[in-house]
Design a binder for this molecule. Structure first.
Ligand code: C2G
Length: 132
């Protein structure tokens, strides 16, 4: 069984996230998503709209996702790969090159980001829409 892992905040889950999860699952048989905790998001300077428990609940409802684990820090990936017996790490290509150091532990693949959608875009457009 080919196990795939990916990492992210996955706030205000949108079709760009779904495209990533779908493609990641298609590259293996089992997809683990390590979702950033609220504490780790502070370190990432990201303020998620939904707290961790809600983002986890939503992700667990996605057909492509087999397991959700917490992402607590930048340094847990090698341990996760070993502990969960992961064969492939998948990330959007805004991260291209950033995880190549994990190649000794598993395959690393970067997939093209989905254009014209992001959590920031959603927030900004909602702000504008309600500004006038
Ligand atoms: N993504 C995408 N297309 C978009 C938006 C996001 O393919 N339009 C991908 C990102 O490249 C990432 C995943 O969806 O692989 C999750 O995106 P974020 O929630 O923004 O994750 P990020 O904050 O980049 O956290 O240790 C890694 C970090 O936790 C990644």
């Amino acid at each position: 069984m080919k196990k795939v892992i990916t990492y992210g905040t996955f706030d205000l889950l949108h079709w760009g996230h779904i495209n990533l999860l779908k493609r990641a699952k298609e590259l293996g048989d089992y997809l683990i998503v390590a979702i950033s905790t609220d504490e780790f998001n502070e370190i990432k300077n990201k303020k998620a709209y939904y707290p961790y428990e809600q983002r986890k609940l939503i992700l667990e409802a996605v057909r492509y996702v087999d397991e959700v684990i917490p992402e607590n820090n930048w340094n847990q990936k090698a341990g996760d790969i070993i502990h969960h017996d992961v064969d492939l790490l998948v990330m959007g290509d805004d991260w291209k090159g950033k995880f190549d150091h994990l190649a000794p532990y598993c395959e690393v693949t970067y997939l093209p980001r989905t254009a014209n959608i992001s959590t920031t875009k959603i927030k900004n457009e909602l702000l504008l829409a309600n500004a006038y």
